[in-house]
Design a protein around this ligand. Structure first.
Ligand code: HEC
Length: 148
């Protein structure tokens, strides 16, 4: 292949690379769903509601608003939880509550169930999450009740 061919070739190659670069984050994001309930647990909406308004543990309403009228002090730093629930399915909610930083590395939202790696043993990993698997599922079950 002569030099002139090579020069013609370069823009094609670079546009393929550019295409790959642009499509990768989009497709990666689309896969960021967690379709399986954590540890196969079934959530309970009433417990989830209590957790969402819990000011010591979950702190959701520190930043979000939620459909919890008796709670008079709610945050306005983040989207309304009832609107979020209408937009996202359980798998999408789960992925975001487990580790919001994978969607926005700069987010102020805590990662409630981030696991550092699969090699970590259950006992030590348990103590390091903000919410337990059951609590995450409870919160999701509550948010699911907010769908119209
Ligand atoms: C310290 C503030 C803070 C707390 C506490 C917090 N969040 Fe968030 N959350 C945010 C912000 C800000 C966003 C907007 C997205 C971003 O920052 O990337 C967000 C986004 C979300 C999203 C994704 C919304 C979307 O449109 O993709 C969900 C779901 C969510 N929060 C649920 C919760 C739940 C449930 C809790 C409690 C267990 C909680 N958040 C606690 C700040 C918070």
């Amino acid at each position: 292949m002569g030099l002139q061919h090579l020069i013609c070739y370069i823009p094609h190659v670079s546009s393929i690379f550019l295409g790959l670069l642009l499509s990768f984050p989009l497709s990666a994001l689309a896969q960021q769903e967690m379709t399986q309930p954590l540890q196969g647990l079934i959530g309970q909406a009433d417990r989830g509601r209590a957790l969402v308004s819990n000011k010591q543990k979950s702190l959701c309403l520190l930043c979000h608003q939620g459909p919890i009228p008796e709670d008079r002090f709610q945050g306005n730093l983040a989207p309304d939880l009832s609107l979020i629930a209408q937009r996202l399915n359980a798998a999408q909610l789960r992925a975001r509550i487990v580790d919001a930083s994978q969607f926005n590395p700069q987010t102020i939202m805590p990662s409630y169930y981030r696991t550092e790696g699969l090699t970590r043993v259950l006992q030590s990993f348990k103590g390091q999450t903000i919410l337990t698997a059951q609590e995450i599922e409870d919160v999701i079950a509550f948010l699911e009740t907010l769908k119209p």
